[in-house]
Design a protein around this ligand. Structure first.
Ligand SMILES: [Zn+2]
Ligand SMILES: [Zn+2]
Length: 458
């Protein structure tokens, strides 16, 4: 069959594009069953229905189109954009992920030489950048599920490929999260399986460093996960509480302020043990971490995350205190200083947090008081400034009247500028308490306290 021509659309195909924009999924399904509809038809710009759906951020529509055989790597767009690039532009990470799973090529560049990840970064869609940069095709892992060379057995049992792939592609590198991912799969959570997995990770790491287009980011990530797996093995072998013991060690805080020292030291150790000391990324990591005293910012976890996921502005997003997941929005209703994904994460952390919750509460109250004081001072200063601005504007107007100046326009503008300046600053100060109230979805800590006797204490 000849490839579709640009802009050569049947009536039904035109209807399909319209329906995609509106997100009418049933209509789209009906149209895709029509013999006059080609799933990879091209509009006048060379956009396929899948590109349209990706650009508009329609998750279900993308799924439907892929099920109907949409070509994820179609590259007929007038500026060389692919469906993955459109997903990146839309900022919908679920769609970006879907395109990657469907086999989207990440190396393709558009007409100005940008990859999908670079385009997403350019428009500030950092979540999509993270997804694209951390994608690891399943086939690359499946390679190890077949015996290679003289091997009688594959390095990786087929049944472990799925769960391992899930961990490899995670963008949350928090050690607790990785251990939780191991724990949730009984096939994975045993010594022999873990040993096979970490050896495969080491092999992938080596490959990443030795291949022609070296991938240091992926190499460091593989090495890091391998190190965490080796710790899992240690705990599985030596501790009665197995992986729960490891999670507890990782979350346990020091008496002074609850800072998880073991966790910090473990991450630092993993980085230090990276076998390719000439790697630029390693040197960069060591340089950022080494001078930091344990217990102060930035933590090794945040430095590592930034390096591997390319996540910018670590401080802006809210990360779960227990598992490091981004977008955690529940906080301890007593101290209001720690946040969690949900009650599971809070429960996990409670044994450590309960020791410092009260102290953190006092800190929080002190901070609140200081912030309130600062706000008040700022408001007063703004008021004074506004009065001054009006006074000087009046004065200059008087001057204008007496001088009959040529630069009348300039002077007036100056006065206008000043009033404009005071408006946005007032708006931002008013926005602070609003943003705060978004997180008022507090969880009830009393619940946890009641549940406490069920937990095995220490
Ligand atoms: Zn969490
Ligand atoms: Zn608390």
């Amino acid at each position: 069959m000849a490839p579709p021509k640009k802009g050569d659309l049947s009536e039904e195909e035109k209807e399909l594009l319209e329906v995609i924009g509106k997100g009418h999924i049933e209509e789209a399904a009906r149209l895709l069953g029509n013999k006059n509809v080609r799933v990879n038809c091209l509009d006048e710009h060379g956009m396929t229905p899948l590109m349209h759906a990706a650009y508009k951020g329609k998750v279900d529509m993308c799924k439907l189109l892929l099920q109907h055989g949409a070509d994820v790597n179609c590259n007929e767009h007038e500026h060389g954009y692919t469906a993955l690039m459109f997903a990146g532009l839309s900022g919908n990470k679920e769609i970006a992920w879907m395109m990657l799973e469907a086999g989207a090529d990440t190396d393709v560049v558009n007409s100005v030489g940008r990859t999908a990840a670079q385009m997403a970064a350019f428009v500030g869609q950092h979540d999509c950048v993270t997804v694209i940069n951390n994608f690891f095709p399943r086939e690359r892992l499946d390679y190890y599920t077949k015996p290679q060379g003289l091997d009688k057995e594959p390095k990786l049992p087929v049944k472990l490929a799925g769960p391992l792939h899930k961990i490899i592609t995670t963008t949350n590198l928090h050690p607790v999260k990785i251990v939780l991912l191991v724990k949730e799969n009984p096939l994975l959570a045993e010594v022999e399986a873990m040993q096979k997995c970490y050896k495969v990770l080491d092999l992938i790491c080596e490959k990443c460093m030795k291949q022609r287009d070296m991938n240091e980011v992926l190499a460091v990530k593989m090495h890091y996960i391998s190190c965490i797996f080796q710790k899992c093995i240690l705990f599985l072998k030596e501790r009665e509480d197995k992986l729960d013991g490891l999670i507890k060690s990782l979350l346990k805080g020091r008496d002074k302020d609850g800072f998880p020292v073991y966790q910090e030291k473990l991450i630092r150790e993993c980085i230090r043990k990276f076998p390719y000391c000439e790697a630029t990324l390693l040197q960069q990591l060591v340089r950022s971490i080494a001078p930091v005293e344990i217990g102060t910012d930035p933590t090794a976890f945040s430095v590592l995350t930034q390096a591997i996921t390319g996540q910018m502005g670590f401080g802006e997003a809210e990360f779960c205190t227990a598992c490091g997941e981004k977008g955690a929005a529940k906080r301890c209703s007593v101290c209001k200083m720690v946040i969690y994904c949900d009650q599971n994460c809070q429960k996990l952390h409670w044994f450590a947090h309960k020791k410092v919750c009260k102290m953190l509460k006092e800190t929080h109250e002190k901070l609140e008081l200081e912030a309130a004081k600062e706000r008040k001072e700022e408001e007063e200063m703004q008021k004074r400034e506004a009065i001054q601005a009006t006074e000087s504007a009046l004065a200059s107007e008087e001057q204008l009247v007496s001088e009959s100046g040529d630069n009348k326009e300039g002077e007036l503008n100056c006065g206008e500028d000043r009033t404009e300046q005071t408006i946005p600053s007032k708006e931002t100060s008013a926005a602070i308490p609003q943003a705060d109230s978004v997180f008022e979805a507090d969880i009830n800590l009393e619940d946890i306290a009641i549940a406490k006797p069920q937990e095995s204490e220490e």
